[in-house]
Ligand binder design. Structure first.
Ligand SMILES: [Fe+2]
Length: 286
């Protein structure tokens, strides 16, 4: 008697299992690039056509040896700058070596700027990751503002650490301190156009209270399973049928870009929701 017969696995069940495994693998590993155009009259003329690529929620996922498939896709997008919006590590299944390789290699493509996600906040070896980032050419903007220069003109870029770095989410002071940190980082900046990097999309109402034109977020993983009508099924901190899962959202003059991200966390699959790189092309509005 064959092993399959012993285990009561019919050829039909075996075929279905193989097909399902192939489908889930492809859903999880085939990176797509989504392009948006963003117009604003405050964008300096030199930044007209400037290409931002957002890499979010990497979660130390496997994208080829030495993150080669991911790095190739980033390079192919031909960015002027790279924004990394948190969860570069996964707190439950951390492969620090993968995150290290990605961090060290990504700046071979273009200048890269980083903010933390909630997984960094809850990662026991966070100090090691921070050391890696500190020793790399990736610029951490969680506590500071920098200038992005392009063809002689400049815009402001800053970021904020994930909420979990400010304490218990049940404590009202946590959000107050988070909000104050943004205020501190974005006020009195020297140029007319400001970009904020912040991990969480559900906090748009906090970002929009500040003089921020464009904010880049991730965290929602596109709702993990995407269906035609419901779109994203579930996102952390938004629950079932989440509001912010992908694309552009506007509130009080602040536009939020939400990436569906690249990796997974507690729920190990993506369905109809390929890993995503986001490209935002800035357009000067006249
Ligand atoms: Fe997250």
């Amino acid at each position: 008697m064959s092993i399959l017969r012993k285990l009561k696995i019919t050829p039909l069940i075996l075929g279905f299992t193989i097909a399902l495994a192939r489908f889930l693998w492809k859903e999880d590993k085939h990176i797509i690039t989504t392009k948006y155009q963003y117009k604003n009259k405050n964008i300096p003329s030199a930044f007209d056509g400037y290409r931002i690529i957002q890499v979010s929620d990497y979660h130390n996922a496997f994208f080829g040896r030495s993150a080669s498939n991911l790095l190739r896709a980033i390079k192919k997008a031909n960015p002027d700058v790279i924004f990394i919006t948190g969860d570069v590590i996964d707190r439950r299944t951390p492969f620090l070596k993968r995150s290290k390789t990605f961090i060290e290699k990504v700046t071979n493509i273009q200048d890269a700027y980083y903010v933390t996600g909630n997984h960094e906040a809850d990662y026991t070896k966070f100090h090691k990751l921070y050391e890696i980032i500190g020793n790399s050419d990736v610029v951490n903007v969680t506590k500071k503002a920098v200038e992005l220069e392009h063809r002689g003109e400049k815009i402001n870029l800053t970021g904020v650490s994930d909420v979990w770095f400010f304490g218990d989410e049940e404590n009202i002071m946590t959000y107050r301190n988070f909000s104050n940190e943004i205020k501190k980082n974005v006020n009195n900046l020297p140029h007319n156009f400001t970009i904020l990097l912040a991990h969480r999309p559900e906090l748009l109402s906090i970002y929009s209270k500040n003089p921020v034109d464009l904010v880049f977020c991730g965290h929602a993983h596109g709702g993990q399973i995407r269906l035609p009508i419901v779109k994203g099924l579930y996102a952390p901190h938004q629950g079932v049928n989440p509001k912010y899962t992908e694309g552009l959202y506007e509130k009080d003059g602040t536009t939020m870009v939400v990436s569906r991200g690249l990796g997974n966390s507690r729920f190990p699959f993506r369905v109809f929701n390929h890993p995503e790189l986001v490209v935002v092309e800035l357009k000067k509005e006249y």
